[in-house]
Design a protein around this ligand. Structure first.
Ligand code: SF4
Ligand code: SF4
Length: 401
């Protein structure tokens, strides 16, 4: 455990000492989030959100119901690639849906594991942690961090779409740590957003996450410890990733990592393996977001707030209560997805942290964003047309044959 984390700060307060390092401001009104209120579940039960269009939107990921258009980026080949990229995520999510009311990775944790070892590996937590990170990178995680188990970010309830009711969270007791992984989403396809083609980056990111998170979970079980693999289900991934030192929170409501900016998908593993938690990091994201606003001005439906972080938001139902932050209007955002027939990542495309950081000049810009050269970096970002949309035709033509 690191020195920042763990015990509750003043008695009864939902705040913890680690909040000083993550920048989370949490009030006495804090409530754990109920999965029933995320937009994808509201699209099942909430008359304000559910529509024939939203039904067709979901079905387009599994069938040929997508409304192919002649415009670039929304043609049959684009939907074909998007749905192929989603295939592993959808296939694993659907395995136990009808028989056991489990939508693994999206509503419920994963259960598809072999029995682990009965004998526990005995090693100091620092050794376990270092070896876990080495193994995790080998098994497919692009970055990996560790935080203490923090129940604040675990949902109050899961949701059963079959029965339209709350379900109990099925995590075992006495978990001590959460291992968080991120995987990069493809940079080039995201440059074509809005397009069905860009949705391929989302599906591919999830599929890569699943391979890594299942494998790392089995590794921990093979060392004799309990481990539960989770994707979007069961707990809020972003605060856990921030506590695990993987990045900071952006105005667009996404994790911003130093390596890949906001272009990541997150998965996590709850475990009782003795580990050492990482410290949160600060590379100047909050200060950049305070003056940047590329995402709030670039969002076609103005779903991203342009002002300061707040405890309240316009879209109260899906809002996490008692945390001061930038909160996007999830209903407006989701409606845009439904209307265009695929997900949107414009706020990722235009973000100045969405860059290929293998290039030295982009690393220089990232460094400038962390200090007094920030305004110049943002000016250069605009002048050099970073974040400009490319056509899907450009992407298809640049592929090696
Ligand atoms: S686009 Fe600008 S304001 Fe929005 S998250 Fe990225 S850095 Fe922050
Ligand atoms: S995903 Fe698109 S619609 Fe949603 S907040 Fe980002 S830019 Fe706006």
């Amino acid at each position: 455990m690191n020195a920042l984390a763990v015990e509750q700060a003043p008695s009864g307060s939902p705040s913890k000492h680690i909040d000083a390092a993550t920048g989370f401001e949490i009030s006495a009104e804090f409530q754990r989030f109920n999965q029933k209120y995320d937009m994808f579940n509201r699209a099942i039960w909430d008359e304000e959100v559910r529509s024939e269009r939203s039904r067709r939107f979901f079905e387009s990921y599994f069938t040929d119901l997508a409304q192919f258009r002649k415009v670039e980026g929304f043609q049959q080949r684009d939907y074909a690639l998007r749905n192929a990229a989603w295939y592993i995520a959808d296939f694993t999510a659907d395995l136990l849906e009808t028989t056991e009311d489990r939508k693994e990775g999206f509503l419920d944790t994963y259960t598809m594991f072999r029995e682990g070892a009965t004998r526990k590996s005995e090693a100091p937590p620092a050794v376990h942690s270092a070896e876990l990170k080495r193994a995790g990178r080998f098994l497919g995680a692009d970055a990996i961090g560790i935080c203490d188990y923090d129940e604040r970010w675990v949902y109050s309830h899961n949701y059963s779409r079959q029965h339209g009711s709350n379900k109990d969270i099925d995590l075992p007791p006495d978990l001590t740590h959460t291992v968080v992984i991120v995987n990069e989403m493809d940079h080039a396809t995201i440059q074509t957003v809005p397009s069905a083609l860009s949705g391929s980056a989302t599906g591919q990111g999830y599929s890569r996450d699943i391979i890594a998170v299942l494998s790392i979970t089995q590794y921990i079980r093979n060392l004799g410890y309990r481990a539960v693999a989770s994707l979007n289900d069961t707990a809020l991934s972003i605060p856990l990733a921030i506590q695990a030192g993987l990045g900071q929170y952006g105005r667009h409501g996404l994790l911003i990592t130093p390596q890949f900016g906001p272009r990541v998908r997150i998965a996590k593993i709850f475990t009782d393996m003795p580990l050492v938690a990482d410290a949160p990091i600060d590379f100047g994201v909050s200060e950049t977001c305070a003056i940047c606003r590329r995402c709030s001005s670039g969002c076609p439906v103005k779903a991203i707030p342009a002002g300061a972080p707040k405890f309240e938001s316009a879209e109260a139902i899906s809002h996490l209560k008692g945390v001061k932050k930038w909160t996007i209007n999830a209903a407006k955002c989701f409606q845009f997805w439904v209307n265009q027939g695929t997900d949107c990542s414009i706020c990722i495309r235009v973000c100045p942290y969405n860059k290929d950081f293998s290039r030295p000049f982009n690393r220089l810009l990232r460094w400038m964003l962390s200090n007094r050269w920030r305004r110049l970096a943002l000016w250069l970002d605009r002048k050099l047309n970073y974040g400009k949309r490319k056509t899907a035709g450009w992407w298809w033509r640049r592929l090696p044959s």
